[in-house]
Design a protein around this ligand. Sequence first.
Ligand code: ADP
Ligand code: MG
Ligand code: ZN
Length: 600
Amino acid sequence: MQPKKQNSFLYLIIIALVVSAGFLLWSKNDQVLEKVSLNTVIQQVKKGEVETINVVKNRLEVVRTDGSKEFAYKEGDANIYDLLTKSGVPQEQINNMTIEVVPTESGDFWLNLFMSAFPIILIVGVLAYMMRQAQSSNNQAMSFGKSRAKLYDKEKSLTTFADVAGAEEAKQELVEIVDFLKNPQKYIEMGAKIPKGVLLVGAPGTGKTLLARAVAGEAGVPFFSISGSEFVEMFVGVGASRVRDLFKKAARNAPCIIFIDEIDAVGRHRGAGMGGGHDEREQTLNQILTEMDGFEKDTNVIVMAATNRPDILDPALLRPGRFDRRVVVDLPDINDRIAILKVHGRNKPLSDEVNLEKIAKHTPGFSGADLENLMNEGAILAARHNRKIIMMEDLQNSIEKVLMGPERKSRVLNEKETKITAYHEVGHAIVGHMTEHCDPVQKISIISRGMALGVTWFVPDEDRHLYSKAKFEDEMASLLGGYCAEEAFFGDITTGASNDLEKATGIARRMVTEYGMSDLGQVIYGDKHHEVFIGRDLGHTKNYSEAVAAEIDKKITEFIDKAYKRAKDTITKNKTVMDKIAKELIEKESLSREDFLKFF
Ligand code: ADP
Ligand code: MG
Ligand code: ZN
């Protein structure tokens, strides 16, 4: 659609209308002669009252001897001499008059032409306008099946591997892919087959899209990028035809890369929908598979795709010859986090005392996107305080903000609630502190954040990849510490512990059903891989009997009971010190690790 052009077209028509109206008025005003009949004129000629007759086509403009003017019409092709002679006007009388045949006056000519042509112009104009309208909507309909893949403009987006911090293995794989495209001969000579599909797999925010953009920037070949959801439209068949179009375009532009982001939108297990309605997606997926098979062996097109749900992808996508290369993009480890923080701190004024290593250490489990967000929040905080540089304190506050949502200072707790929250949090902290395997307490706070009234925050000294049974047990105890503290100090329990209980129960259930950590044995209960079809709980297919289900519930209860007893025990033994810590917490609203350790 080009609204501008259409508008100017409309203006043109309006201007033409105005001009022609003007013309008409003007020409009318000019011709104020009296109209008489042809007979009258002949009579006047006979009487000798006529001096001149100007013949303009079939119009006779008569100037009489008394100077008055009039006009009459004759038949179109009738000759004025014949006319007069036949009417019995003597020859000399005719000779006495001036008869002038005026060739159509130029002004008149143009006017006439315009007048006669105008309706045609108008009609043609309107028709053209309508056709254009029809065409543009037609075009939309026609281009519906065209892929909306964006061709990456290398000049504009200068993302390179240098912008991707860490993720060394992933980068290594992708550098190889880029090399395939640049020097295919090298690999073909070795008898190696160039891979067709590369699947980037990793948690959200780990930089999959970023990596793909970097490949586009590095490859030096055309790069078509499309999101899986763009294949799916309201109309049946659109997805498949878009896939066809995309691959056709790619084949024309080979060597090149096709990037399908969020491929899980179309690449789910086929035949797995709840209640049908997924035919469209299946057709799209089938088309992708067909097209990938359809490439000639030496067509130099590589299909990249990204997903954070590899588990729900159709197995056909993953078989050799399709997305047979998998590049796992992990959550960044501590060194990667430092590197990512540096990348995103590059164009920010950081104070000298800022210690990015320390920030990285306090942010296990953060993705690249989280870290970017953290740096950004830090900058915003600094700006809010009208500072010119970003301080360590800003970044530290941002960690909490990213983790737990913004502080809600407006939510004021009454004195009783504040007290309960303080003891509850100290309960978590002290039980955690007294166990062997819990991470060290990083901070205790009773400032509301997000949904939570207070937080106790444990941070491991180093990144953790394996969790032991003992650690889970300690964690459950610490989770129940809040509950036990409320019970021990106030003799009552509030809703504040509900989230803790949920988490503890979750851990206990997983210990029994997934990790084989109970004496129910080393069996996995329930099939995780069926959840994906229908949603978590609905689809949790039970592959165990009701009797086993009861056993599982019993084991979960046992784990929780044990944790509760341990927490209660710790709190009873540490009531005095808890009182002191809670008082200071109420006063200061938050305690750092050092503040907390002082009490021991
Ligand atoms: P995904 O596609 O995996 O969900 P994105 O690629 O969209 O994640 O990443 C989101 C943002 O996070 C990126 O734009 C980038 O700024 C930041 N980011 C993620 N990983 C990294 C990384 N390894 N290095 C630098 N920035 C990163
Ligand atoms: Mg992405
Ligand atoms: Zn709690």
